[in-house]
Write a protein that binds this ligand. Structure first.
Ligand SMILES: [Zn+2]
Length: 398
């Protein structure tokens, strides 16, 4: 998927030294044996030991001070509207607050909270194209918002999907939030979307708010969308035996959300692990929503799944980075040469009982965010939202 274009990458060379722990985002090898990273013009060029990475001619140098570096977190399930405003809870600057929670990319599951959201086919298409354009042209605080996700309605035909794709739309909003609720109808439209390169997500579970409806396992299986959206409900979960069926029978992404049922989240995680398919697990907040807006939602999910779900913390970070990148075909989310230089620098929170960062997350504590970098540009220093990190990275040359 193409990255939103605006707020372009920083020109020049960035070198980050003294990285204490390098989290790759790749479940196959979540920790890299490296302490130095270089990026040129916003793209990663080298990862290795200090003596092996060419640090000459750096225009920006960051001393990580022994803290951990991870790919910027990806929220796989948000409901933006326009700009950094949500009418759902009447909040401004919610995306900036997520940046302070380590999130550098977001994927829209539909711009459903727009007051007066159109339901007719031409209106649905116009809104999707407008949202795609608006977030491509404006990145709130530098965060990449993949938006323009139409919620399918009855009466849409193949030509509509072809037209949306030609106009730059790459996502479908949650199937089931519009008038299309049957598996048969959804399957047809999801198939058309897929034919033209548009990725789909389906709402799973009971209604989220008055006006939305139940989508059970039979509908999810028949529709066969690319992402089993909030498999743990948003908030009302399907019975656990249906969640097991979905994990076993549908080979698509298993999306766990913050604004869902925590018991069902842990059940889905355990089932994916039993199947040896943790690479399918991706994380979202499903916010803004009735449950609110959670700037630390992705970090909270990582801590929940690591502590109560008994997953090593370095693996839980992969759910919110590399897994999402691969399942959603995003450039960001992995520490690899050629990928965007989107990073979060974190450390154990002050006074956590954990021995170190990973141990603290395993105990259920949130890490402290000390710096966030997007496209090679330092966007923030110490987070205003997380508990304070013990150590904080510092820009030593700018
Ligand atoms: Zn939903």
């Amino acid at each position: 998927m193409a990255e939103p274009q605006s707020a372009g990458a920083s020109a020049g060379k960035l070198v980050i030294r003294n990285i204490g722990l390098l989290l790759s985002g790749d479940l196959g090898q979540p920790i890299l044996d490296a302490d130095t990273l270089a990026a040129i013009d916003g793209k990663i060029t080298a990862i290795g030991k200090a003596e092996d990475v060419d640090a000459e001619k750096a225009t920006t140098v960051i001393d990580a001070k022994g803290t951990a570096l991870a790919p910027g977190l990806i929220d796989s399930h948000v409901h933006p509207v326009f700009g950094d405003w949500t009418p759902r809870q009447s909040q401004l600057n919610w995306i900036d607050s997520f940046l302070h929670g380590g999130v550098t990319s977001m994927v829209s599951a539909g711009e459903v909270h727009l007051p007066g959201r159109p339901r007719d086919v031409v209106g649905v298409k116009a809104l999707a194209i407008t949202a795609q354009r608006a977030f491509d042209g404006f990145r709130p605080s530098g965060v990449k918002i993949h938006a323009g996700a139409p919620v399918i309605e009855k009466g849409m035909v193949e030509e509509d999907f072809k037209e949306l794709a030609a106009a730059g739309v790459r996502l479908l909003g949650e199937v089931g939030l519009g008038g299309v609720k049957s598996g048969e109808e959804a399957k047809l439209m999801v198939g058309w979307a897929r034919k033209y390169g548009i990725q789909s997500t389906i709402h799973t579970g009971g209604p989220s708010i008055p006006g939305s409806g139940l989508i059970d396992k039979d509908v999810v299986l028949e529709a066969d969308a690319d992402v089993i959206g909030h498999i743990n409900g948003g908030h009302t979960s399907l019975p656990l035996d249906q969640i097991r069926c979905l994990c076993e029978q549908c080979k698509r992404a298993i999306e766990i959300v913050h604004n869902g049922n925590e018991k069902a989240a842990l059940f889905a995680l355990h089932t994916a692990r039993e199947l040896g398919e943790l690479h399918r697990v991706i994380l979202g907040t499903d916010s803004p929503a009735g449950s609110g807006v959670q700037p630390l939602g992705i970090l909270r999910l990582i801590a929940l799944l690591s502590s109560l779900g008994e997953v090593p913390a370095e693996q839980a970070f992969c759910f919110a980075t590399g897994n999402t990148a691969r399942m959603r075909r995003l450039a960001s989310g992995l520490i690899e040469a050629g990928r965007p230089a989107d990073f979060v620098l974190i450390d154990k929170a002050q006074h956590s009982a954990g021995r170190d960062l990973l141990d603290s997350v395993r105990l259920g504590d949130l890490p402290g965010v000390g710096m966030v970098v997007i496209d090679g540009q330092v966007r923030i220093g110490r987070s205003r939202n997380t508990p304070p990190a013990e150590r904080v990275a510092e820009v030593t040359k700018a």
